[in-house]
Design a protein around this ligand. Structure first.
Ligand code: NAP
Length: 306
């Protein structure tokens, strides 16, 4: 069984930044990522609010973070972590068919898109239902496309999808958007985008592919059909904390509770990024969390050595 000073679970901006700081502190560090380094960030087409980069793609920012971390000696393995166990000063991280040991762990496992939970969503996933505009947008050249949600993700990706779609309909359950003003202004000024306010999707229908949505107006209860070729769902995120199964304290929404030093209720176990209970989920705050967690872990390990 491989033994490390520090194991980082998750290779998004929080985990990779933690890796940069940990390796620069000469901690023997392993980062375990289940998919491609970058996490959700790697799926963002255009980032324009990460300081120092007027505009950068999520993939490029992820690649740069990964190579920067590797330059300082970060070891990265691509595996899915299934559980964590805490035994006195040992922290055991279980992946599929593997077991790793460390003295400290940073959980930076991020979040994933929430599902709408309506009939047709699972059935048409990959056949017109998508959660990633960067991945699937190009399939909708000249098509009528709906985006569900009114947050930053929905409005940013709706604007991006108009590169391909001939018509883009944003379906939002209220009559005011949650998204940052600059994103709202851009979407509201985009002639290809139309808004269906106070509306929710009740069902996704089609034949081989999606052909229409059944919408309900939440104000007057009326139902109607909206013909579309595809629908992108951006109704929030949920934290990837199932694998923790009671090892650290979570809030009612499943986010890990930490203090300002990113410490969880378990000594030597830290959390960073979107997986953590916090007020602002951004790449820049994920990176900051990662740096703080790594330095807190370094301090913890130094006190353990005394
Ligand atoms: P979000 O901010 O939680 O927004 C989710 C949206 O979906 C809200 O408008 C919400 O409506 C709506 N919604 C939730 N459940 C719904 C349901 N069952 N049916 C219909 N609509 C539903 O999620 P997000 O946009 O994915 O963003 C996640 C985090 O990443 C946020 O912290 C966001 O700021 C950040 N982010 C930032 C950027 C950026 O800075 N450019 C880009 C993407 C994401 P209500 O408004 O009525 O609640």
């Amino acid at each position: 069984m491989a033994n490390y000073d520090l194991i980082i679970v998750g290779g998004g901006p929080a985990g990779l930044t933690a890796g940069i700081y940990a390796c620069r502190s000469r901690l023997n560090t392993l980062l375990i990522e289940k998919g491609l380094p970058g996490g959700q960030t790697a799926t963002i087409e255009r980032i324009e609010n990460y300081p120092g980069f007027e505009e950068i793609s999520g993939l490029e920012l992820s690649n740069r973070l990964e190579s920067q971390a590797k330059r300082f000696g970060l070891e990265i393995t691509l595996e899915e972590v299934t559980s964590l166990a805490v035994q006195e000063e040992r922290r055991l991280v279980f992946a599929v068919g593997e077991r790793y040991e460390a003295k400290a762990v940073i959980i930076a496992s991020g979040a994933q898109p929430t599902k709408l939970g309506v009939p047709g969503e699972e059935e048409y996933r990959g056949r017109g239902v998508s959660y990633c505009a960067t991945c699937d947008g190009a399939f909708f050249e000249g098509a009528r496309v709906a985006v569900v949600g009114g947050g930053d993700s929905a409005i940013q990706e709706a604007d991006y999808l108009t590169r391909f779609a001939s018509k883009l309909i944003v379906i939002h359950r209220r009559d005011a958007l949650r998204a940052t003003k600059v994103l709202q202004e851009r979407a509201l000024a985009n002639p290809k985008i139309e808004f269906r306010w106070n509306s929710v999707v009740e069902e996704i229908q089609g034949n081989d592919m999606v052909t229409k949505l059944i919408l309900r107006n939440v104000k007057d209860g009326t139902r109607g059909e909206l013909p579309v070729d595809g629908v992108f769902v951006y109704v929030g995120i949920r934290p990837n904390t199932e694998f923790l199964r009671g090892t650290v304290d979570l809030d009612p929404q499943g986010y890990i509770v930490t203090n300002a030093r990113m410490e969880t209720n378990v000594p030597g176990v830290y959390a960073a990024g979107d997986v953590r209970q916090k007020h602002l989920r951004q790449i820049v705050t994920a990176a900051a969390d990662g740096a703080i967690a790594a330095m807190a872990a370094d301090h913890y390990l130094a006190t353990q050595r005394k």
